[in-house]
Design a protein around this ligand. Sequence first.
Ligand code: FAD
Length: 513
Amino acid sequence: MTKTATTQALPSTPEVLIVGAGPTGLTLATQLARTGVSFRLIEATPGPQYGSRGKGIQPRTLEIFDDLGVGERIIANGRMAMPIISTAPDGQVTVGGAVPDALKNRPDIPYTTSLITPEWRVEEALRLRLAELGGTVEFGTALADFQQSIQRVTATVSHGDTTETISARWLVGADGGHSIVRKRSGIAFEGETREEVRMLVADVAVDGLDRDAWYMWRHAEGAVSLAPLPSTDVFQLQASIATRQNPELSLPNMQAILEQRSGRSDIRLHEPEWSTLWRANIRLVERYRDGRVFLAGDAAHIHSPAGGQGMNTGIQDAYNLGWKLAAVADGASEQLLDSYEAERRPVAASVLELSNARLKQAIDDKGMSPRRDASTIQLGVGYRGSVLARDDRDETASLRAGDRAPDATGLATADGERRLFDLTRGAGFTLLAFGTAPAVASSALGVRTVRVVAQSEGAAAGGAVDVVDSSGQLAAAYGATDGTLVLIRPDGYIGLISDAGDASSVSDYLAAV
Ligand SMILES: Cc1cc2nc3c(=O)[nH]c(=O)nc-3n(C[C@H](O)[C@H](O)[C@H](O)COP(=O)(O)OP(=O)(O)OC[C@H]3O[C@@H](n4cnc5c(N)ncnc54)[C@H](O)[C@@H]3O)c2cc1C
């Protein structure tokens, strides 16, 4: 099919125009595609890009990928808990990367460690999923300009020599750090550029090193590391650059840096397939929204890769915004969209703080910051205090509305044993009704009720999905007693908890959404 034919088949008045098909834009498009919201996803480059860039997928993002139906594909192209072998200047070797003890054997956490895989593999998996759902990426199509009225955003996009006008209800700028959407919206990108903090990054084939671990060498001149990229034949080389002079992105220079800092002349690099010079830009937008225009991903926040957070945070922006756009397109109040910035900007601010701390540590240690622990795996990201978080619990409760909805295993259902995330996958809102909790009137949002009982003889009849929680794992994870109601949002966060079993509080919540 020619590009013109493809373009003609696409709506000129979609609900959403997404600019940029990196991980953020692709996640948003996938989510909209599965909820049946019309959208266009435009991408300026002529085709997919194959540089590795972000290579760490955090456990929280893996949960999102599982929900979107891309988890297995992404995991098949990656490696969990890759050992990290770090050599200090005095030759001392430490090994990291293992699953922390506190996260082992946890039924509430399906993924306990980050996955290493190149960013382009993530994009590829999302594109395939998008295609399965009937969506497409319009490569070679760039946003040139846009204006908005109270009702719509009118955008001019260019494909080669031709231009097209698209009128969308909302426009989402997922167009990366140089975002034209952010600039045209006049939204300040506050922060700093640190020219003295730079890193040479390249995808290279390597002889003389096994592919079982990520190797790092610390040195007075800065660190160098080689991480094998699963599902490829190459390693990602990273070398911090302390001088203000631009280093050559050439093979001889990379080889020289590696030999000087590792003391190993037996490791031979081949001509890089891709390389870049990363500069420390640490910035956060003053606001995520201008009327009908939203920013997500690197367009809204950029920071150091230390801690492996950037791509993950963008994907989670999209996941937060996607269900809200779908709900409003389906008749929910436009006010729901205000919660996007309120929930996501504080998360980005704390990610910046974390990655700055990791960057400082890396500079001080003349090393890199591969440490992955509770602060980097993003399972603690939550929205307590949000307008979308309501409960009747007190401050001492360990699980509150706004927290990530925990998983649970060993649930007996009519279809066999399941984990909770099997039941919530792709389901919109899910209401867990424990024991004798009252029925809740169905709402326009299509809430799925899961009635949870401890023993099979207590299972309720009727249309609800019945789950027997004989080990009590589900009740324990939610601190639930007989009668507790828990409403889980489409993005896997707890919207409401009523230990009092107040069905009207659930109806009120859904009516407000
Ligand atoms: C060396 C390095 C290592 C990293 N390591 C990690 C890591 O381990 N973990 C992690 O989470 N993150 C990491 N990151 C960060 C990660 O790469 C980014 O956060 C991520 O790419 C952001 O995704 P995005 O979709 O928001 O933006 P991008 O991936 O930048 O995508 C934006 C897209 O918009 C397109 N576009 C721009 N303008 C227009 C226009 N006018 N019209 C149409 N399309 C347009 C661009 O072509 C681009 O494809 C790393 C980054 C680097 C450089």
